[in-house]
Ligand binder design. Structure first.
Ligand code: PLP
Ligand code: ZN
Length: 466
């Protein structure tokens, strides 16, 4: 990622992309640049310095409700598809496009489940642990919250062909939205490392599926280049409008808590889009005076893909109000490249070592006084089994949130009386082979092995009575 100072040539670029509508615009995250661009541009990175872009609003000139409970009136009008959508019913808080462009397939009908079984496992008091189950989305993961935002922007700019790199769920979601709004959709996946449930969706929903001989990080590099060269619409989470949609996961959590802010939000970290979106959501709610407290954020890496943990907790990289130490980050990635480092974890959705939203995520950590932890695949699998047994089930990456909560509790960072919301990012059926393998290995702590029996009624009954 390039950045630092803006030369005169780049100043000319700023001029070219001058903001046309001062109600809503895009702005570069790099505080040495801060270039602004029209909302109707499909850019995906700052043309002046290459850094990430944010969707920004002039809230004073927009119609924003003066309390979060205002949104409750939409419950009565849910025959309107936009009021039914768990994303667009909060549209005043992501006002980047006019209603005529909003795409919805009924995303965001999710559940916040209070769960004492999981609470007990992580040693948190009764009534204090919640699971936000994003597996209930149309494509079975939280990605739909973002995709509805990205596709609405795509429609607004007249895009015809959407493209992404994916560890699986992004491609499933892209495929579903592309075909439902008549756009062409293509997905890049790495060879081998994709859960079958997710691959089956991309194929079934008719996406052109390009299997690149490499891993996710390779796919990500290629897709950025391809999107720029072929002028295709990129829907990876560096697309700022995807993150706008993902803010609503937090709005729905607050809605279910009767607009009370919990003490902690715990989320797995891969490309760091979700954590970035959550930070932006709370930053804006606070700025708008719609909440009086910001929850703390815990982002959980898998040990085998722990770039954020390393940079934030070991090396001490911080957002610094937008003055990020890019040299340290660039040197870190150069070292990964030099070693030809490849991340590896059973939680394939977070098997990413070059997270594109790193800097936005650092901002989220600053806004939410956040922490980062890493958890082993073994911890993830045990936590997943506990979630399955007591809750709604989830895919491996999602369980990193509960494994991380357990770790933070053991370390005394989180108190037993604090409330914590774990984001279950993906559906239980996304990756059934991991689940089945865990349970048929009898030695594992929480496994539930199938019982083999002779085809004989007495033998069968005998097993049931035991
Ligand atoms: C994409 C994904 C993640 C990672 O989210 P980021 O926003 O990329 O950090 C985690 N879990 C599941 C199930 C996912 O699909
Ligand atoms: Zn810039």
């Amino acid at each position: 990622m390039k950045n630092t100072s803006v030369s005169t040539g780049e100043a000319h670029l700023k001029e070219m992309f001058r903001v046309s509508d001062n109600l809503r615009y895009q702005q570069c995250l790099n505080n040495k640049c801060q270039a602004t661009f029209g909302i109707e541009q499909a850019l995906f990175s700052c043309p002046a310095c290459g850094d990430l872009l944010d969707a920004r609003y002039n809230w004073d000139k927009l119609d924003v409700p003066d309390s979060l409970s205002w949104f409750e009136k939409r419950w009565a009008t849910r025959n309107n598809p936009l009021d039914f959508s768990g994303v667009w019913r909060f549209r005043e808080l992501l006002p980047f496009c006019d209603e005529q462009y909003c795409v919805t397939i009924g995303e965001g009908q999710t559940l916040l489940q209070q769960n004492d079984g999981v609470g007990n496992y992580v040693d948190i008091a009764a009534g204090k642990v919640y699971l936000q189950y994003e597996g209930m989305n149309p494509s079975g993961s939280f990605k739909d919250n973002g995709m509805t935002g990205a596709f609405s922007h795509a429609k607004m700019v007249g895009a015809k062909h959407a493209i992404c790199a994916s560890t699986g769920n992004t491609s499933a979601s892209l495929a579903l939205y592309a075909h439902s709004c008549g756009m062409k959709g293509s997905v890049f996946i790495g060879s081998g490392r994709i859960a079958y449930g997710k691959l089956s969706q991309a194929l079934d929903y008719g996406a052109r599926t390009i299997q690149v001989k490499g891993d996710f990080d390779d796919c990500m590099r290629q897709v950025k280049e391809v999107a720029a060269r072929e002028k295709l619409y990129l829907v990876n989470s560096l697309n700022p409008f995807r993150l706008e949609g993902q803010k609503t996961i937090m709005f729905r959590v607050l809605e279910k808590l009767n607009w009370q802010v919990p003490d902690w939000i715990i989320v797995p970290g891969g490309n760091l889009g979700n954590s970035s979106a959550f930070g932006k959501a709370f930053m804006e709610l606070k700025e708008l005076g719609l909440i009086d407290k910001i929850p703390r954020l815990a982002i959980i890496n898998a040990t085998g893909a722990n770039t954020l943990f390393d940079l934030y907790e070991n090396i001490g990289v911080r957002f610094n109000g937008g003055d990020v130490d890019n040299e340290t980050i660039d040197a870190y990635f150069a070292k990964l490249d030099a070693e030809n480092y490849r991340p590896k974890t059973i939680a394939t959705a977070i098997e990413i070592s070059r997270p594109v939203n790193l800097k936005k995520c650092l901002r989220a950590l600053e806004v939410c006084n956040g922490v980062v932890r890493e958890v082993s695949d073994e911890d993830i699998l045990h936590a997943k089994a506990i979630i399955g047994k007591h809750g709604l089930g989830c895919e491996p990456a999602s369980a990193a949130s509960v494994a991380g909560l357990k770790r933070l509790r053991e370390q005394g960072i989180i108190d037993t009386n604090e409330s914590a919301v774990c984001i279950l990012t993906g559906h239980q059926l996304k990756d059934p082979s991991v689940t089945v393998n865990y349970h048929i290995e009898a030695e594992t702590t929480f496994s539930n092995k199938p019982i083999e029996v002779e085809n004989d009624i007495d033998a069968i009954i005998e097993k049931l009575r035991h």
